[in-house]
Design a protein around this ligand. Structure first.
Ligand code: ZN
Length: 209
């Protein structure tokens, strides 16, 4: 950035932006180029707060209603985990527990830590923080595994006669948490982690000169 060079997220090409131009595009693959994602920390934090707010009803409201001849029953995610926990079904129960409850909260906490540490200008554990960001990014791609498990479970239940499963309001909030955390990951610019370290180096050089 000090030398006026930009890297492309699409193809990795290093190029010099046209002087005076507001927007720049990669000369090789036409991807939009920015030095840093605009308002990265503010946007990430906004998405995180929204995700944390939706996380509460996602866990408290029923995600599905099972109707049988004996009546209907609404279950939250946690009740679903307990229901699935049987001698044969415990792996499914664990997958739902991890994908629905533990991974979203871990993602929110990890990104919150990254935003706060960058905001405070921390220069410690930079390599570990970048690794943490990459991990959150990789896990994000698997967020939908949960939807797959739920659909799978529902189709298993539907196979039984005289039984119907309908989605509950909790599912809407759960989907919102998944989408909002994905947007938060996208908004965060990991290059910001190194900016404070560079600023500190320049400051030290100026002081030593
Ligand atoms: Zn490119």
């Amino acid at each position: 950035m000090e030398h006026g060079l930009q890297t492309c997220h699409g193809c990795g090409l290093l190029s010099r932006p046209t002087p005076g131009a507001e927007e720049n595009f990669c000369p090789r693959c036409d991807e939009e180029l920015v030095f840093r994602k605009p308002k990265s920390l503010e946007r990430t934090l906004a998405y995180l707060i929204a995700a944390a707010v939706c996380y509460v009803p996602a866990n408290l409201l029923p995600v599905m209603t099972t109707t049988t001849a004996g009546g209907s029953e609404s279950d939250t995610i946690m009740q679903g985990v307990v229901l699935l926990w049987s001698p044969t079904g415990w792996p499914l129960s664990l997958i739902v527990l991890f994908a629905s409850i533990m991974i979203p909260s871990a993602k929110i906490l990890a990104l919150l830590y990254l935003v706060i540490s960058v905001k405070r200008g921390s220069i410690k554990n930079n390599a570990q923080r970048v690794q943490l960001y990459r991990m959150v990014e990789i896990i994000g791609r698997w967020s939908m595994v949960d939807v797959f498990v739920d659909t799978f479970t529902v189709s298993l239940i539907q196979l039984q006669p005289l039984m119907a499963v309908t989605p509950g309001p909790g599912l809407f909030f759960f989907a919102a948490v998944v989408v909002l955390t994905m947007l938060a990951v996208e908004s965060f610019d990991p290059r910001l982690i190194w900016d404070s370290a560079n600023a500190k180096e320049i400051q030290d050089e100026v002081q030593n000169a």
